[in-house]
Design a protein around this ligand. Structure first.
Ligand code: ATP
Ligand code: MN
Length: 472
């Protein structure tokens, strides 16, 4: 056994390559199946997560632990195999391993192990989120998610954007709206009050000397760096305590937020479109086997949809034009359409799935339904906002050109019942050397969901946090 340690461990993905034939290798992984042949040998299918495909291992009955150990191996058992890579006569694989030794790290009792061969529901798998990475689907999701993250960094790094880390604990609310998680060390059983009778909590006694929350967006802090370093992006966890039990909302998710100085809404849309197309084509090129799996098992259209988008030109359309289209669509919407409404998922889906059948960038929303920092247009009633909508998911990106004029920004804040004094540092960016600038936020999980065709956002993040659920 000891001398086998001298061989470097080869990943299954590499052991499956034609070029590896003739090499003596050591692989480690988990058994997916065992088949015994009457001819006096067994086939083990081994997977180590480096690819969706398994490597087939031929274990001869002449192996010293054949009867005592190998014949007890079932799904979930963990092994180390040393042997020669030989051409495989089997279909669907170029190579297999003829085992010289099979060492067992651990077995998995078939009467107890929850991941038996039969397809299990995603709902059930959520209750065993600690084991679901071992399934084909969640392995594929993890590899695609990883590729998207790699591609995100590469996209911005290759364009000279700086990766900036914005705080997770913050005292400001980016949107000026509620729905945040409070961060506190106060004793919840014995809260300090501002005065004897008053009910107001005295947050001066809290850890930071003020009320703090988990961030809903890194944008405002990101703007501080964009207005000094020009092109930046943030990429980190984001938290929203909104009680929306949908297939597209998480309480904890990851967001990518580029922010560009000397950039207007058109430049912002150009970057967003190029960004999404790059992510999609990188996944198609670098995760082709996983994508074939998703096309076969999850959504037969994913590969054609992504390929078409990579070559397409996104439709760009104003909110006002979109409202006209929706009003004259003849569709029966649950939420009636009129100028001024916040678009619902059903409206977004009509535009992307029925009307245009491609991603749509909607711009110039009513000022009243958008955040204070979006740039007010000359019409005085719309702001230079943009949402990128995709089929099935709806909004995947939300962004805008930012208001760079101090006086207008202050009056927009007041109109939304925000106190400009609370945002003094944000206003300073306009007070000193203000510049036109723009940015957006892309939800990582919505992107993974769209790319893989997975129906529920809870199945594209390792350990989902949603109302009533924060297990593992
Ligand atoms: P929605 O209207 O879909 O709830 P939003 O308008 O609140 O989204 P933004 O504040 O614009 O979202 O955030 C930017 C991006 O972050 C969204 O386009 C989306 O991709 C993602 N996102 C927002 N909220 C969530 C959430 N709760 N879970 C997962 N992703 C989210
Ligand atoms: Mn939005």
């Amino acid at each position: 056994m000891l001398e086998t340690k001298k061989l470097p461990r080869m990943k299954v993905v590499d052991a499956r390559r034609q070029e590896s034939i003739g090499k003596t290798v050591r692989i480690c992984g988990w058994v997916r199946t065992r088949r015994d042949s009457k001819g006096g040998f067994s086939f083990l299918e081994i997977n180590d997560g480096s690819t969706i495909k398994n490597i087939q291992v031929l274990a001869d009955s002449a192996l010293p632990n054949y009867a005592s150990e190998i014949l007890t191996l079932g799904i979930g058992g963990s092994v180390e195999v040393v042997g020669d890579i030989v051409p495989s006569p089997g279909a669907g694989q170029a190579t297999e391993i003829k085992a010289a030794t099979v060492r067992i790290f651990g077995t998995a009792d078939a009467t107890q192990y929850p991941l038996q061969k039969k397809g299990t529901s995603f709902e059930f798998l959520r209750s065993i989120a600690h084991l679901r990475p071992r399934t084909n689907t969640f392995g594929a999701v993890a590899r695609v998610r990883n590729e998207i993250c790699r591609s995100i960094h590469h996209f911005y790094q290759s364009r000279g954007f700086l990766y900036v880390h914005t705080p997770i604990i913050t005292a400001s609310d980016c949107e000026g709206a509620g729905e945040m998680f409070r961060v506190t060390t106060l004793d919840l059983m014995n809260l300090p009050r501002k005065d004897e009778t008053g009910s107001a909590i005295d947050f001066e006694k809290d850890f930071f000397g003020k009320a703090t929350n988990l961030t809903v967006s890194g944008q405002l802090e990101g703007e501080c760096f964009a207005t000094a370093l020009t092109d930046i992006y943030t990429f980190g966890p984001t938290f929203r305590a909104e009680n929306s039990n949908t297939t597209r909302h998480l309480a904890e998710f990851w967001m990518i937020e580029p922010e560009m100085a000397f950039c207007d809404l058109e430049g912002n849309m150009d970057i967003a479109e190029e960004f999404l197309k790059t992510l999609f084509s990188d996944v198609l090129n670098n995760c082709s086997q996983d994508m074939e799996f998703f096309a076969e098992r999850i959504d037969s259209t994913v590969i054609e949809t992504l390929s078409a988008i990579v070559k397409s030109k996104f439709v760009r359309l104003s909110y006002t034009e979109a409202i006209k289209i929706l009003e004259s669509s003849g569709e029966r919407f649950e939420f009636p359409v009129s100028w001024g409404i916040d678009l619902q998922s059903e409206h977004e889906r009509y535009l992307t799935e029925k009307k245009f059948k491609c991603p749509v960038i909607l711009t110039d929303y009513p000022a009243d339904i958008k955040a204070f920092y979006m740039r007010l247009s000359d019409d005085g009633r719309t702001v230079r906002a943009m949402d990128v909508l995709v089929p099935k998911i709806g909004e995947i990106i939300g962004g805008s050109q930012r208001e760079e004029r101090l006086d207008i920004l202050e009056s927009r804040m007041k109109a939304q019942q925000l106190n400009p004094a609370d945002y003094w540092w944000y206003l300073d960016l306009r007070r000193y050397g203000t510049v036109p600038h723009a940015g957006f936020g892309l939800g990582l999980e919505r992107t993974v969901q769209f790319v893989t065709g997975m129906g529920n956002i809870r199945d594209v993040i390792p350990f989902p946090r949603t109302p009533g659920s924060a297990d593992f």
